[in-house]
Design a protein around this ligand. Structure first.
Ligand code: NAD
Length: 465
């Protein structure tokens, strides 16, 4: 799918939700249009030759600041794609009550074609271009990782910002998704995949939604196919199989797929990919990866790129539940075909775990204290005192097998997971409620978008434009 088609898809979903809300055309137009898109060409000397790179940063809506959204490194990126992704960020933040506007950035590059040292210089040069225009700034625009980038790139960006702004006490809040030793937060790397897990768990608490998807029982034993074993796909597949007893029977990657009816060992496969750079030669390898999208399974999790489920293959999809871990994996036409028969948990919601924990990281950076540091031991002492009192009153020693777990106060990772779980559960409940309560809202995507638009419209209204 081209960037233009992706943007059109996002806009069509927006228009459907605006119709449900009866938003005026003028307000709809204001919300929908990106505020500004900055395109930059810059040169870096590599192997004694100047190479020119092109990058983008789009601010879709700054009704709340800072604006937030990842930076991806991809050869397929273009202006429309960045604008579509930035728009999704605006709607996503509103849906899950994150007080940020929406933004997104991209550098047109295949990161695998450069060594670490060149990639660092290229990333720093791109960062300088964005920093000098306040398109990276803790109070205005805060990027995060996306496809092709991770905590290493975020650390380079943060360091570049700090060098250019040595007296900004909030410098490290200029970007999220940083390593722990560089002011990151525990649980950010896993956050998007963890959010996908929490989203699916919540779906299985809603009997009416399960009925729509023709699914019964619990997550245990359900079969899953995942596309993309990168940051998002790997964590989602790992947690769902290791913690919920689901069976990941297929993994689709860029150079083929792995299929095993009994369940693929995600940790082993990931190690194989990291070692060999490919899924080839792994047990169950199939060269025709795309075909696995239409294989029998209960849950399909596209976690790689946009437009992979389109009008050509939509009718062949067999999964009952499709969870959009990636941004825009289902085109608008495919969505129209699929949403009559299946339940789709939309990207807007399904991958919001990343920005949620990014928000926690930004708050941590501004407050300069690890979550849990103040109250962890106090919490433990209260529970110990309570146990002592019960023992004193009853005259009996409590024989608690998991006493340590009961006493343990909340650490940063516990608080992050709790905040993420609460965010994912609350948003799902609101989406599901609206889908069943409003006649005109027939699916979770329209429901999610209409909830987001309602909040953004209210924000514009109170801004008094
Ligand atoms: P990533 O670069 O870590 O992983 C992407 C994976 O997809 C890689 O393993 C890659 O080999 C694979 N892939 C690429 N092309 C493929 C193809 N044609 N078929 C099958 N697999 C293919 O990226 P990520 O951060 O995991 O992001 C994946 C998606 O999730 C993107 O749409 C991104 O926008 C979205 N997302 C990411 C985050 C985050 O926190 N990283 C947050 C929200 C949304």
């Amino acid at each position: 799918m081209s960037g233009k088609e992706f943007l059109e898809s996002v806009d069509k979903v927006f228009d459907n939700a605006a119709k449900v809300l009866k938003l005026s055309a003028s307000l709809s137009n204001q919300i929908k249009s990106p505020n500004a898109t900055y395109k930059v060409n810059f040169g870096v000397r590599i192997n004694n030759q100047i190479k020119t790179f092109t990058g983008y940063r789009c601010v879709h809506s700054d009704h709340l600041e800072p604006v937030k959204g990842g930076i991806r490194f991809s050869l397929l990126a273009d202006q429309s794609e960045v604008e579509a992704l930035a728009a999704l960020m605006t709607y996503k933040c509103a849906l899950v009550d994150i007080p940020f506007g929406g933004s997104k950035g991209a550098l047109i590059i295949d990161p695998n074609s450069y060594n670490k040292f060149d990639l660092e210089r290229i990333t720093r040069r791109f960062s300088q271009e964005l920093i000098k225009r306040d398109m990276i700034n803790p109070s205005q625009n805060v990027p995060a990782p996306d496809m092709g980038t991770g905590e290493r790139e975020m650390a380079w960006i943060a360091d570049e910002y700090r060098r250019l702004n040595p007296v900004d006490i909030n410098a490290f809040a200029c970007v999220t998704g940083k390593p722990i030793n560089k002011h990151g937060i525990r649980g950010r790397t896993e956050a998007t995949g963890r959010g996908v897990q929490y989203a699916i768990r919540e779906f299985f608490r809603h009997k009416k939604d399960m009925k729509l998807a023709k699914l019964q029982g619990t997550l245990e034993g359900k079969t899953i196919i995942v596309q993309g074993l990168g940051n998002v796909g790997y964590h989602a597949a790992k947690f769902l199989s290791e913690e919920d007893g689901a069976k990941v029977i297929g993994v689709i990657e860029r150079d083929g797929a792995v299929y095993n009816k009994k369940g693929v060992d995600i940790e082993k496969l990931k190690k194989h990919i990291l070692k060999t750079g490919s899924v080839k030669k792994y047990k169950g390898y199939k060269s025709s990866g795309e075909n696995l999208l239409t294989e029998n399974c209960d849950i399909l999790i596209p976690a790689a790129l946009e437009g992979v489920i389109n009008k050509d293959n939509a009718k062949k999809i067999k999964a009952n539940l499709i969870v959009e871990a990636a941004n825009g994996p289902i085109t608008y036409e495919a969505d129209q075909i699929l949403n009559k028969e299946k339940v789709i948990i939309p990207d807007l919601y399904a991958n919001a775990g990343g920005v949620t924990v990014s928000y926690f990281e930004w708050v941590k950076n501004l407050s300069r204290i690890r979550f849990g540091r103040l109250h962890k031991r106090g919490e433990e002492n209260k529970i110990l005192n309570l146990i002592s009192s019960v023992e004193e009153i009853t005259g009996r020693k409590l024989n608690l097998s998991n006493k340590e777990n009961i006493i343990k106060g909340s650490d940063e990772i516990d608080l992050v997971r709790s905040g993420l779980d609460d965010t994912m559960r609350s948003a799902y409940i609101a989406m599901s409620y609206r889908m069943h309560a409003k006649n005109k809202v027939k699916d979770l995507r329209t429901s999610a978008m209409s909830i987001a638009l309602e909040k953004i419209a209210l924000s514009y209204d109170t801004l008094g434009l």
